[in-house]
Write a new protein. Structure first.
Length: 496
């Protein structure tokens, strides 16, 4: 809905980021540092902050009340404190939500903060795994209210039964479809991915808050080696999101009236529009190499703002794994080597993958880029397994139609209704729709999960018969015929 009053146009007035490579810190420490940097950039705006939203931490310990702790450390009194649900969609979703409230006149300003201290967690406890922090803080007596999109339904019985729950194994499934559609073998597609990601390393190298500052060639990224082992076809280690970082961010969003009152209008970046859509569990999706919710969200976003993809000057496409970048680019209709670039922050394998909070850094980077170069910027945030998509548009000029939170409810109903039926137990032949081969650190094949369609149209998630694992190394499984048996199904390759 367009804002009826230009004074209530939402703007990003300041951004802050933090990084720590040596000292042991907490996520709240990093969030506070980033917030202080943002508040220093927007002196005089603190009295207009009505709310502090903390992006949920998932890779390091999050206390029960991180928003309240951050507000206390900043000396912010009488502000509403809340924490989001998990998911990489949360930062852009939070900006859209704040902008909606500001344009409606129910909120003057909000501070959106987030961080992960995974490096510190592992330095303090070398045995800790970054996924071990999930659920921390649930026993704390004091807890901030939780807001956001439900995480229910990101996985279903099919994936759980097939022990298919790690992003590092599910995103390669989507990649197999992208490669098959392009007619590339795993080796050929790996070379394509090296070329896709090499420019990301250049952006990260110039970003002081990125974890890695090494510019790498396409061959450096694509070529398997002792330092860059194969993880899951066709990915090497350098194509995976890197979680072991200590970084934080802050986005200060307020009304244009508050920015003007503080004398900060000249540094304002206008929030033009936002949209959010979700997908069903991976096995139930009719399209595994594309994204119906991203397609619907971006269509609604551009229509609401009255612009198109050709009007965009800067992009940051969600980049935990290359399949997400390519699928988003394909849905937008832009080339994988588009001259405008596909990342503003550097991408999660090179900037670092701070849990749910990378899109906050992407938005901060887009804001800085807009201040330097002007234009229109597109931000893509994703949660789950290409599941929850939030997209946003930002610009140096006010939105001609006023801020718009695009309505995607009709598209969401269609997406939900199109979910395919499942076969949790199977005995028969099936066609592989998506598949990958997962490798141990020593290079041996540890598993080979697939998503397949039976002759009656039901979908199944399945793992390979152990005796066949080694012969699957280096193969593309998409389009192959398999025999499914049991609950959960185990498959054998028939056309080998």
């Amino acid at each position: 809905m367009s804002s009826p009053d230009p004074e209530r146009t939402p703007v990003v007035i300041a951004v802050g980021q933090s990084i720590e490579r040596e000292a042991i810190v907490t996520g709240v420490d990093l969030a506070v540092r980033a917030a202080r940097a943002a508040l220093e950039e927007a002196e005089g705006i603190a009295t207009s902050i009505d709310r502090l939203t903390y992006i949920a931490m998932s890779f390091s310990r999050m206390p029960g009340a991180p928003a309240s702790q951050t507000a206390d450390a900043l000396g912010l009194r009488d502000v509403a404190c809340e924490v989001t649900t998990a998911g990489g969609q949360a930062p852009q979703w939070a900006v859209t939500r704040a902008a909606t409230a500001i344009s409606a006149g129910s909120l003057r300003g909000t501070l959106i903060v987030g961080a992960e201290a995974t490096r510190s967690m592992r330095a303090a406890n070398p045995g800790a795994h970054f996924l071990s922090a999930l659920g921390d803080g649930q026993e704390d007596e004091v807890r901030d209210p939780v807001v956001g999109i439900s995480t229910d339904g990101m996985l279903c019985e099919a994936e759980i039964g097939a022990q298919l729950a790690r992003p590092a194994e599910i995103y390669p499934l989507y990649e197999s479809v992208v490669a098959h559609t392009a007619g590339r073998s795993p080796t050929e597609h790996r070379e394509h991915l090296g070329a896709l990601l090499a420019p990301f390393t250049e952006v990260a190298a110039a970003n002081p808050f990125a974890w890695f500052h090494d510019v790498r060639s396409a061959a450096d990224i694509a070529r398997p080696s002792a330092e860059n082992r194969l993880t899951a076809e066709p990915y090497t280690k350098r194509m995976n999101s890197f979680p072991n970082v200590d970084v934080g961010s802050a986005l200060l969003v307020c009304s244009l009236a508050a920015a003007r009152a503080a004398g900060l209008e000249d540094q304002s970046i206008f929030v033009w529009a936002g949209a959010t859509n979700g997908d069903t569990a991976p096995t139930t999706r009719p399209e595994l190499g594309a994204s119906r919710p991203f397609r619907a969200a971006t269509k609604a976003l551009f229509e609401a703002a009255g612009v198109g993809v050709d009007d965009v000057s800067h992009f940051d496409l969600y980049s935990a794994f290359p399949s997400s970048v390519q699928i988003a680019a394909n849905e937008l209709g832009i080339a994988h080597d588009d001259a405008r670039g596909l990342t503003a922050a550097g991408g999660m394998p090179f900037f670092g993958g701070p849990g749910n909070n990378y899109p906050s850094h992407a938005i901060a980077s887009l804001v800085l880029k807009l201040r330097e170069e002007g234009g229109l910027a597109f931000a893509h945030a994703n949660g789950g397994f290409l599941t929850k998509h939030s997209v946003g548009l930002y610009a140096t000029a006010p939105p001609p139609r006023g801020f718009a939170a695009a309505d995607t409810s009709a598209a969401q109903a269609e997406i939900d209704a199109a979910a395919l039926p499942l076969a949790l137990e199977a005995d028969g032949d099936a066609r592989v729709e998506a598949g990958t081969v997962v490798y141990d650190r020593d290079g041996s094949v540890s598993s080979a999960p697939v998503i397949a369609t039976l002759s009656d149209g039901r979908r199944a998630a399945a793992q390979a018969e152990p005796s066949q694992l080694e012969e699957l190394a280096g193969q593309s499984l998409v389009g192959r015929t398999i025999r499914l048996q049991g609950k959960p199904p185990i498959y054998t390759l028939l056309d080998h």
